[in-house]
Write a protein that binds this ligand. Structure first.
Ligand SMILES: [Zn+2]
Ligand SMILES: [Zn+2]
Ligand SMILES: [Zn+2]
Length: 361
């Protein structure tokens, strides 16, 4: 249940701008309504009544970010309704867990704690044993390693938890702890957007470098066009970023959620220095186009594979959209290849031995 869920339903196009900025409140409300429906269906199946008290508990829990204990939730709901008893809270949380909307977590303080599960990214916890401050994180590399080990023993994974207990920086420095909970879905989206931005910047640099060293004017134009295309996407991503930061002002304070191998990311589009080292100035137009095509294909596969690993979240939508854009770039370059390489044969001075046309550097 908690394991990375691979999307079974074909992904529907998601308007990131809408889901992250103006529409995020709408999306949150829609999520709330969906969760209430799931819970109502669960109660009906179990022949339990949807009481007003259960509604109050559900509302309070779903609107809270972080990891509430039954006691904390009890105190919260008592502010709204004095008739709600501790047992009702505790039973409702059990029902919420069974319905798949919450999961119980152990933060090492021997309390029953719960966190919302619906459309939240799978994650792990680092917990301070002194102040209970909790950091959530996800590492695709860590997940992959677990998958390898588990499959080695021919296990079919059902769920897993990964918790690290320690002493936080605040407690080490004897400062008052800055207890602050963040919406992991939103922080995941922030990190996904950061990764997309970084890749897009690398893409712009990549095409500008290719354009600069292209001797063939037609090739130069084609690469400049691609650079402009990447620049357009970069600007879109930047305005999404600005909208997100403007709307969720605290978001930049949230610790990194998605621990990501940036080295792997930087391999997708080699830096200008790396391209110089590879002597791209010696490439024929055909070779340069093939290089660009293989880079775009690599980026598409990379983001597609990534998106598939995540359950239904805003971060997943960002990776999916990005993968689709990379695919569009592939098609654009393919078109350029067809146009430039078929209409006019390359001039003789650009012709290299047959074997080198296969090279992708
Ligand atoms: Zn602490
Ligand atoms: Zn958590
Ligand atoms: Zn995990």
């Amino acid at each position: 249940m908690l394991y990375f869920r691979v999307a079974v339903v074909p992904p529907k196009p998601i308007d990131i701008q809408n889901s992250l900025s103006q529409g995020s409140k709408v999306a949150a409300n829609r999520n709330l309504a969906e969760q209430k429906k799931i819970f109502a269906a669960y109660l009906k199946k179990k022949k339990l009544k949807i009481t007003r008290q259960r509604q109050v508990i559900l509302d309070s829990f779903l609107k809270t970010e972080g990891h509430l204990s039954t006691e904390e939730l009890y105190h919260q709901v008592r502010q709204k309704d004095r008739t709600i008893g501790y047992t009702t809270v505790s039973r409702t949380m059990k029902a919420l867990t069974d319905s798949g909307l919450a999961r119980e977590i152990d933060l090492g303080d021997s309390r029953s704690r719960f966190e919302p599960l619906y459309k939240r990214p799978h994650h792990h916890h680092i917990i301070c044993v002194e102040c209970q401050q909790t950091i959530e994180f996800l590492s695709p590399e860590l997940e992959q390693l677990q998958e390898q080990v588990v499959s080695h023993y021919r296990f079919r994974p059902v769920r897993h938890h990964f918790q690290v207990f320690g002493i936080c920086e605040d407690c080490q420095e004897h400062r008052p702890p800055r207890h602050e909970d963040f919406d992991s879905d939103l922080v995941f989206a922030r990190d996904a957007l950061r990764i997309a931005l970084q890749t897009e910047r690398n893409g712009v640099n990549f095409y500008q470098t290719l354009a600069k060293s292209a001797k063939d004017p037609k090739g130069k134009d084609a690469f400049l066009e691609m650079a402009a295309e990447e620049e357009k996407h970069l600007q879109e991503l930047e305005s999404e970023w600005e909208a997100m930061v403007k709307k969720h002002k605290r978001i930049l304070k949230a610790p990194v959620f998605l621990h990501f191998d940036y080295k792997e990311l930087n391999r997708l589009f080699p830096s200008p220095e790396e391209l110089q080292e590879r002597r791209i100035d010696r490439l024929t137009l055909e070779e340069a186009l093939h290089l660009a095509l293989s880079m775009e294909q690599g980026a598409h596969r990379f983001f597609k594979r990534y998106a598939e690993k995540f359950n239904d979240t805003r971060g997943k939508a960002i990776f999916q959209k990005f993968a689709e854009e990379e695919l569009e770039h592939c098609e654009l370059i393919q078109k350029e290849c067809d146009r430039l390489l078929s209409s006019s044969p390359p001039p003789p001075q650009h012709q290299e031995p047959e074997s080198s046309s296969e090279k992708t550097v």
